[in-house]
Design a protein around this ligand. Structure first.
Ligand SMILES: Cc1ncc(COP(=O)(O)O)c(C=O)c1O
Length: 387
């Protein structure tokens, strides 16, 4: 007992070295403090293993239910999918399907169009699976250039295009590709679309009209043609504890591309990349979605958007310029030397990140960030520019 106490004391010391969301200094993360109900759920589902679902049929049932709940949020009443480790695993899983489909068509490499703003998880997928990416440049809105995409497809149709990756809530700027337009092209040429809505998946469906930019297309879900898979992460704006990523496919037929035989488990095939996997993410996502409901999420998203606008307002007072009007709760602040500025700010205890596609600092206005935090940060940034 004494030993246990000592160990816990030591662990506490390590934990105290970590930053805390509530201090408001984590400005560049897409994760946040999980919903308070999570603690009890984590304890209840601690020993569950969905890698062997026959042993945990209740937790498996929860996974089916939560995938259905997320599917409904994305206009699909019959989805197939999993709650997995995160957006990275989800994107890799989608690329596994595209690769398998290409293989069935007799192509060794899958030809995939991918936007310049794609998350680096796609680079991991490329390395693992010998994927052949063509990077589509960005247009003025920092979204995938649809004209380039169309022309490229028309010019290369002989070669065969196996997939298009689109983003609904880009990591750097929160932008959303014009997925309805891309869907039309994909339908015409029978191309698979994967939408990476790891971040936007729990924001866009709850975004009130008053926060939507004029002329911007926010539509990204399964109601569009040829959207065959969507990454949507509960552990980002879904408020679930890490790890809880999500991958949804249009229907059950996609499972066969992922299945491998599992002779010594309670089920004879497994589709997920990871074998042994906790049921905590599943149960927590289920619980949080039930507790919050659409109204709860709408309230959280609205709060984040209000704080996003507040940040923009405070930036204007100091003539700090934004790269674009915020589409979601992400703000990019133009900066001549973002690496240096972010390093200086880090030394002062502010943790924000930078963009890759443009010289800018990047702030994700997550639920743990308040107006007071924003005020303090703006003061710190102004001070940094004066020094
Ligand atoms: C758009 C997008 N996709 C995928 C990921 C990867 O998610 P994870 O870090 O949960 O693996 C991120 C992470 O920020 C992201 O922003």
């Amino acid at each position: 007992m004494k030993k246990e106490k000592e160990i816990l004391e030591k662990l506490k010391k390590y934990r105290e070295m970590d930053l805390k969301y509530e201090d408001g200094r984590i400005l560049g993360s897409m994760c946040t403090k999980p919903h308070p109900i999570s603690k009890k759920i984590v304890e209840m589902f601690l020993e569950t293993n969905l890698g062997d679902p026959g042993l945990f049929p209740g937790t498996k049932r929860l996974e089916e239910e939560v995938i259905k709940m997320i599917g409904e949020m994305l206009h699909n009443n019959n989805p197939f999918g999993y709650i997995i480790s995160g957006g990275t695993e989800a994107n890799i899983t989608a690329m596994r399907v595209v690769k398998k489909m290409a293989k069935e068509k007799g192509r060794r490499e899958a030809n995939i169009l991918i936007p310049e703003t794609a998350h680096f998880s796609f680079e991991k997928a490329r390395e693992m699976m010998d994927l052949n990416y063509t990077v589509v440049p960005l247009d003025r809105k920092y979204t995938m250039d649809v004209k380039y995409l169309k022309d490229y497809i028309e010019d290369n149709i002989e070669k065969g295009i196996d997939g298009i990756v689109t983003i609904a809530g880009s990591t750097e700027l929160g932008t959303i590709d014009n997925i309805p337009e891309i869907s039309k092209v994909a339908k015409e040429y029978n191309i698979y679309i994967h939408v990476d809505a790891a971040f936007g998946g729990f924001v866009i469906p709850f975004l009130e009209e008053r926060y939507k930019l004029e002329g911007y297309n926010y539509h990204f879900d399964f109601s569009l043609d040829n959207i065959f898979s969507i990454t949507v992460d509960p552990h980002k704006m879904g408020l679930a504890p890490i790890p809880a990523g999500g991958i949804l496919f249009r229907d059950f037929s996609f499972k066969r591309y992922l299945d491998v035989e599992t002779p010594y488990l309670t089920e004879d095939s497994q589709a997920t990349l990871i074998g042994t996997r906790s049921g905590i993410g599943v149960a927590a996502t289920w619980g949080i979605m039930k507790v919050l409901g659409p109204d709860g999420y709408r309230e959280i998203v609205s709060q984040c958007m209000e704080n996003t606008y507040y940040l923009v307002k405070r930036m204007k007072e100091y003539s700090f310029e934004r790269v674009i009007d915020p589409v979601l709760n992400i703000v990019a602040i133009k900066d001549e030397d973002p690496v240096n500025t972010s390093l200086i700010l880090r030394k002062k205890g502010w943790y924000l990140s930078i963009c890759r596609c443009v010289d800018a600092l990047r702030i994700v206005v997550m639920p743990h960030i308040t107006k007071e935090h924003i005020d303090r940060f703006i003061d710190a940034l102004a001070q940094c520019k004066r020094d």
